[in-house]
Design a protein around this ligand. Structure first.
Ligand code: SAM
Ligand code: SF4
Length: 342
């Protein structure tokens, strides 16, 4: 699938809930306005949207949130998405708090990769940043995942927490077969209150600490990270620098929010209401508190896929050329990262 600027779009992030069991300071320090469960896409709707996306060329799906593992049945959804024709990889982004509990089910579902978000290795700082004292269980889950999941990455938002905070995270890639990636904070929601640190400074420090550090050009996934290899390390170190290393010209992604809004760029609120397309002509049914299609009935699949396809294609035509994070007055996205899915 090509967008209006000829970029190949083959990656869709799907947020399956706005809720979360952490309160990261830069994301949702005070929680979120509760959204009625009926407003959230049910798994059948997500699967229908994924099927349409795959028919248009999406190959990789990322399940995200909020915290995806707090939504009941998350592993079942992973399994459903793995069966969508054309989808090659289904991966998950999680804070890791519930990962130990669900790892086995995720492996059974066929998960291809797990990203664990972790910004510090210091238990006190972890509690201060996230509101919960559970670093030990996240690290336990990370070790277990590293031993069984084909690809495990640690994602750390680059915060001004001192050199040791960075180097302690980097050392995880020495001990475990995981890539450790630093992500420049973006001015979305509470992220606006934090400065976007320039990764070049960190890279220079790492070069001094590890003189053997070299750029690693091997394929690590589907994203814009730039990777480096340190001799003797089991994983690589990656940098995702959306602001100081703008990569919009090679953007390959779209985002589906938990309420079914298809977003083509993080920076702008523009998008397409896929939920309206999915629910057109249907009265709300309900199962376990969630919206569902009425008992025993499903929309005509060919007709629904046709409508979804039109909506996807129209959204893609309008995908902006680039974000405008460096000009904050032009940012129109007023939502928070937890709703968008990162
Ligand atoms: N709860 C899951 C987690 O933390 O991995 C999935 C959702 S979370 C919104 C996805 C990713 O977005 C996390 O790695 C988080 O650190 C990152 N994130 C949140 N706010 C951000 C911001 N303003 N800029 C950059 N990344 C952000
Ligand atoms: Fe929750 Fe992830 Fe946001 Fe932290 S970054 S509050 S874990 S959604």
């Amino acid at each position: 699938m090509k967008d209006g600027f000829g970029r190949t779009i083959d990656y869709m992030r799907i947020s399956i809930t706005d809720r979360c069991n952490l309160r990261c300071r830069y994301c949702m320090p005070y929680g979120i306005e509760p959204v009625a469960m009926q407003e959230i896409l049910c798994f059948e709707e997500i699967e229908a949207a994924a099927r349409c996306a795959a028919s248009l060329g999406i190959r990789h799906l990322k399940v995200t949130g909020g915290e995806p593992l707090v939504r009941r049945g998350c592993c079942r959804l992973v399994k459903m998405l793995k069966q969508v024709p054309g989808i090659e990889k289904v991966t998950l982004t999680t804070n890791g708090v519930l990962l130990e509990e669900y790892l086995e089910q995720l492996l059974d579902a066929g998960i291809d990769g797990i990203n664990v978000s972790l910004d510090t290795m210091d238990p006190k700082r972890y509690k201060d940043l996230t509101g919960r004292d559970c670093l030990a269980s996240v690290l336990r889950a990370l070790e277990l995942a590293a031993a069984g999941v084909p690809s495990v990455k640690v994602n750390a938002v680059s915060l001004d927490l001192g050199e040791e905070n960075w180097t302690d995270l980097v050392k995880l890639a020495e001990r475990l077969p995981v890539d450790v990636r630093f992500i420049e904070i973006m001015p979305i929601g509470y992220g606006k209150e934090f400065p976007a640190l320039d990764h070049r400074e960190l890279l220079d420090k790492l070069k001094m600490l590890y003189p053997g550090l070299r750029e690693d050009r091997s394929q690590h996934g589907f994203g814009p990270a730039v990777y480096y290899k340190i001799p003797g390390f089991r994983g690589s170190i990656g940098f995702i620098s959306a602001i100081h290393g703008k990569f919009c010209s090679s953007c390959n992604r779209v985002r589906l929010t938990s309420q079914g809004y298809l977003k083509t760029c993080l920076c702008y609120e523009d998008g397409t209401d896929l939920r309206a397309v999915l629910r057109e002509g249907w009265n709300t049914g309900e199962k376990e508190g969630h919206y569902c299609w009425p008992e025993g009935l499903r929309p005509d699949d060919a007709e629904l896929q046709g409508r979804l396809r039109k909506a996807f294609e129209e959204a893609l035509r309008k995908k902006p050329a680039a974000h405008c994070f460096e000009e904050p007055e032009k940012i129109t996205e007023a939502g928070n990262m937890a709703s968008i899915g990162g």
